[in-house]
Design a protein around this ligand. Structure first.
Ligand code: HEC
Ligand code: HEC
Ligand code: HEC
Ligand code: HEC
Ligand code: HEC
Length: 479
């Protein structure tokens, strides 16, 4: 007999043992075939859906392993029922492996070859499976409804090509294990529908940013100033375009000179704070420890804390995420979102009153249970009432404005997750949320009277504030 034939015979000696072993072997064969097929389809790019990954790396592997476990169970069952009809060699309480007998050799060879194949399949599945559970489709799209808001905002952000795990897990084995354990908890939260809507923030146990953000951003490479040109449209009939021009004092992370990063992420300086609410918005106490050991304690004038409470408080050490808490899940507010689309030409600024009507439509549509249908209603009513000729002559522009407003809504409002305008706080800035002004309010003071300053030129120079034609822009040659 040729080798293959002998192995097959050996295989059937083992699996054809009884109906249980045969059942196990059928499961294994079926699952292995399905896994291999899906791996090939995935590799050539035919089947790319996030859900197929669940089949390839979760469902079929479970079937595969279950099958593998059932085979020896079948053998054991047979043994315990005494009736070992199989030819000599396997009949005693323990098998006598007499290699002089050909079928014994066949069985052992068959088991060796199949075990090798099984280990190969399991390794490939484990390797690819780990990659899969770290992929953006798995994190962002499998639990579609739950992660839809994060995925939508992420996809439209500067980090849309950075994998979720780079920020949420980072390198190293211990965080890998933590993430898989927390992943199992999350799967149960989804299965039993016990997750918070919207998902709670700040994210507890988020890994410190030194291990995540700083994989790519090297603080000592920050430097200088950055010009921010922020176009805005006023809420008048003409949608008058104005500019805010800010020169952001980014500063260098090496701590020299002045600036946001120079001060806040200077080497050796530690800034810690106490927040009395879940959202970390109310900050009665800030403590700075300088590299030379000098300590500055700032207490808010609104603080009702006793000396004892301050001394025993658990402080949070400030890192990138206390300012950049929305580096990628950046949700917009109606006003600035419309400004951006008008500037991009997606909403025609020559449509009278569209800025105000658009903002109102978005705000009202996003209230309570959310109703995207209100947007078209409100916009059409606005034109019908005040500018009826526009609806006739510029129907296409109106339609496009409505479609764009609806797209803004879909990117930022998720009624199923109870997420609407402003649900997630953004700490970078101070216009909509307190942000920097949680501390920089001129009201946090040390005993000797130093305060955390709010001077308008501390963080940025205001080159223009709601100016129609800022001279600076022309000087800089910016159109
Ligand atoms: C550039 C880094 C970065 C990337 C990439 C990233 N996140 Fe986040 N994510 C954060 C930070 C920082 C927070 C914490 C916000 C807080 O605690 O206030 C966060 C918060 C979250 C939250 C809590 C809810 C919320 O909106 O704050 C979820 C859920 C989440 N991320 C999922 C994802 C998914 C899914 C992906 C990939 C599609 C992803 N993240 C990619 C940095 C990132
Ligand atoms: C895998 C690399 C990577 C990681 C990790 C990463 N970033 Fe970034 N980040 C980038 C790149 C690349 C850009 C530039 C994107 C561009 O300009 O289009 C960027 C841009 C930024 C910007 C500027 C955005 C703007 O408006 O211009 C900020 C702020 C930022 N990252 C903060 C963070 C924070 C905070 C974290 C950690 C939570 C983080 N990044 C993690 C690669 C990364
Ligand atoms: C005290 C708050 C604060 C902290 C802490 C902070 N940043 Fe920033 N960062 C800012 C502000 C404010 C800007 C300017 C934003 C703007 O231009 O509107 C900025 C800008 C940036 C930019 C864009 C720089 C450029 O030149 O365009 C990057 C990248 C960045 N930060 C990354 C980080 C990283 C990484 C950390 C942690 C090591 C960090 N930041 C810590 C407040 C902070
Ligand atoms: C948890 C409290 C806290 C928060 C939040 C905070 N800061 Fe600060 N910041 C301080 C303290 C304390 C100082 C030192 C006192 C001072 O210089 O006013 C400081 C100093 C600064 C300085 C002074 C730099 C110099 O050269 O003197 C800048 C710039 C600055 N912060 C920018 C920011 C920006 C931008 C934000 C918001 C994105 C922010 N800070 C948020 C606590 C905070
Ligand atoms: C502690 C730092 C800090 C101080 C002090 C500060 N700002 Fe700001 N401001 C910021 C940051 C950071 C942003 C940009 C946020 C962003 O990236 O959109 C900003 C943005 C602005 C904007 C533009 C908002 C927009 O989106 O158009 C205006 C206007 C402004 N600040 C006015 C002021 C005025 C007036 C003062 C003095 C009372 C002041 N700021 C003090 C940090 C500061």
């Amino acid at each position: 007999m040729t080798g293959i034939k002998r192995w097959l015979a050996g295989f059937f000696i083992v699996v054809g043992y009884n109906s249980l072993t045969l059942f196990g072997a059928t499961l294994v064969t079926f699952a292995a075939g399905a896994i291999v097929l899906l791996l090939i389809l995935g590799a050539v790019g035919v089947a790319k859906s996030a859900y197929l990954g669940i089949l390839t790396f979760l469902v079929f592997p479970v079937v595969f392993v279950a099958g593998l476990l059932i085979i020896p169970l079948g053998v054991l069952w047979q043994r315990s029922h005494g009736g070992l009809s199989i030819k000599d060699g396997l009949a005693g309480p323990y098998p006598v492996l007499d290699f002089n007998k050909r079928h014994v050799r066949s069985v052992v060879e068959a088991i060796a070859v199949l075990t090798f194949v099984n280990i190969l399949i399991i390794s490939v599945v484990a390797y690819e499976g780990v990659h899969y559970t770290e992929s953006v489709p798995f994190c962002g799209q499998v639990c579609h409804e739950v992660m839809e808001p994060e995925f939508a905002a992420y996809s439209d952000s500067p980090h849309s090509r950075v994998a979720c795990v780079k920020c949420h897990i980072g390198p190293g084995a211990s965080w890998f294990v933590k993430s898989k354990l927390s992943g199992v908890r999350q799967v149960f939260a989804v299965l039993f529908d016990t997750y918070a809507r919207p998902i709670d923030t700040p994210v507890k146990n988020l890994r410190p940013s030194t291990d995540t953000c700083e994989q790519c951003h090297q603080p000592d490479k920050f430097t200088g100033d950055r010009l921010r040109v922020i176009p805005k449209y006023m809420e008048d009939d003409e949608n008058t375009k104005v500019f805010n021009l800010l020169l952001m004092h980014i500063g260098g992370g090496h701590g020299e000179g002045k600036g946001i990063h120079s001060w806040h992420i200077a080497p050796g300086r530690k800034t810690e704070y106490l927040a009395t609410d879940e959202d970390r918005q109310v900050i009665p106490y800030v403590r700075v420890t300088e590299a030379d050991g000098r300590v500055l304690s700032f207490v808010s004038q609104d603080s009702e804390l006793t000396e004892d409470e301050i001394a025993n408080a658990e402080l949070r050490q400030m890192d990138c995420i206390d300012c950049h808490n929305r580096p990628t899940h950046i949700y917009e507010m109606p006003g600035p979102a419309i400004d951006k689309r008008m500037d991009q030409g997606l909403i025609d600024p020559s449509l009278p009153g569209i800025k105000m009507a658009g903002r109102e439509a978005l705000e009202r549509a996003g209230a309570e249970d959310g109703d995207i249908g209100m947007i078209a209603e409100i916009i059409r009513a606005h034109f019908k009432e005040d500018f009826p000729e526009i609806l006739e002559k510029r129907a296409k522009d109106v339609d496009q404005a409505i479609a764009t407003l609806e797209a803004i809504y879909r990117r930022n409002v998720f009624p199923d997750m109870k997420l609407t305008w402003g649900s997630y706080i953004n700490n970078l800035g101070h216009e909509v949320f307190d942000g920097c002004f949680r501390c920089h309010d001129d009201g946090h003071a040390t005993k000797s009277g130093e305060v955390i300053r709010q001077d308008c030129d501390l963080c940025h120079a205001m080159l223009a504030w709601e100016e129609e034609d800022p001279a600076v822009l022309a000087d800089l040659g910016i159109e």
